[in-house]
Design a protein. Structure first.
Length: 286
């Protein structure tokens, strides 16, 4: 088989995926961006884009930023510690295989199912809530119904952030070469020298890249927040929902497009930085 024929066959094999990406990613993105520059009559306008500077909109973006950053940092740290602990287990052992399988499932466990799990566990009438109240007289909702507000999203988000960190960061830890530790020991270095001078600098791009991936994952999450937070629009995805369904935003029907534009710009910056960090980290994983 000639080289040109192989390239042609590979291109045709990639065509279905390219069509899928175009129809379900590129086209919706262009429509979301485009609607932010037109009013309900189809005339070009910048009023909806200017609305991104509204204090209410800025507050929701701020809430999304701190929620995403907090859960990303916690998920990255806990996940990295879990990865380090797993290094001492056999790659084909039962524990490693079980953790890898659970991480792959739990990283995608979100939406209504995850919201219901938390409501049934620590909701107002949840199992743990009732047990703590009946046994110890502890009311975890004494200071407000926090589970159904923005702070209540922290725990559910961490629930799928930690498994995602394990999936993305474990290959970087496994790529640390034993020869580096041996060379460090030969030259008289200790474990502290190895981690500070060798391991941490090598792992830094992978860790920061995984951290950005977790931030993007939380920033774009919608289903879990929509199922838990039924009142108000504390984060950007929920504000987009309100802009699409509310009957009070007369003359601002395309505000959802402007909000989507803001989210796309944030995601573009984050994913560009992620790609740069991954390309740097790939040099040490070959």
């Amino acid at each position: 088989m000639s080289s040109r024929f192989r390239q042609t066959a590979a291109a045709w094999g990639l065509l279905p995926f390219a069509v899928y990406v175009f129809l379900f990613l590129a086209v919706p993105t262009l429509i979301a961006i485009g609607t932010g520059f037109f009013d309900s009559t189809g005339a070009f306008t910048l009023s909806t884009v200017v609305a991104l500077g509204d204090p209410v909109v800025l507050t929701t973006f701020t809430n999304s930023f701190w929620l995403s950053a907090l859960t990303a940092v916690i998920g990255a740290v806990v996940g990295a510690i879990a990865c380090y602990a797993l290094l001492g287990t056999r790659p084909d052992g039962a524990l490693r295989v079980t953790i890898d399988s659970l991480s792959g499932v739990l990283a995608q466990f979100g939406g209504v199912m995850l919201a219901f799990a938390f409501v049934a566990t620590i909701g107002i009438q949840g199992m743990i809530t009732v047990y703590l109240g009946d046994t110890f007289g502890i009311d975890i909702f004494e200071n407000g119904v926090w589970l159904y507000e923005t702070p209540g999203l922290i725990l559910p988000y961490i629930y799928f952030q930690v498994p995602l960190m394990i999936i993305t960061f474990m290959p970087a830890l496994q790529a640390l070469k034993p020869q580096w530790a041996e060379a460090n020991a030969t030259l008289g270095g200790g474990s502290g020298t190895y981690w500070l001078r060798i391991a941490f600098p090598v792992l830094a791009p992978s860790f920061l890249g995984s951290l950005l991936l977790l931030f993007a994952n939380a920033f774009s999450s919608y289903a879990t927040a929509a199922a838990l937070v039924s009142q108000g629009s504390q984060i950007v995805p929920l504000q987009i929902r309100a802009a699409l369904t509310s009957e009070t935003l007369l003359g601002r029907e395309n505000l959802a497009g402007a909000l989507a534009l803001g989210m796309i710009l944030v995601m573009a910056v984050v994913m560009t930085c992620y790609a740069l960090l991954q390309s740097r980290a790939a040099r040490w994983q070959r």
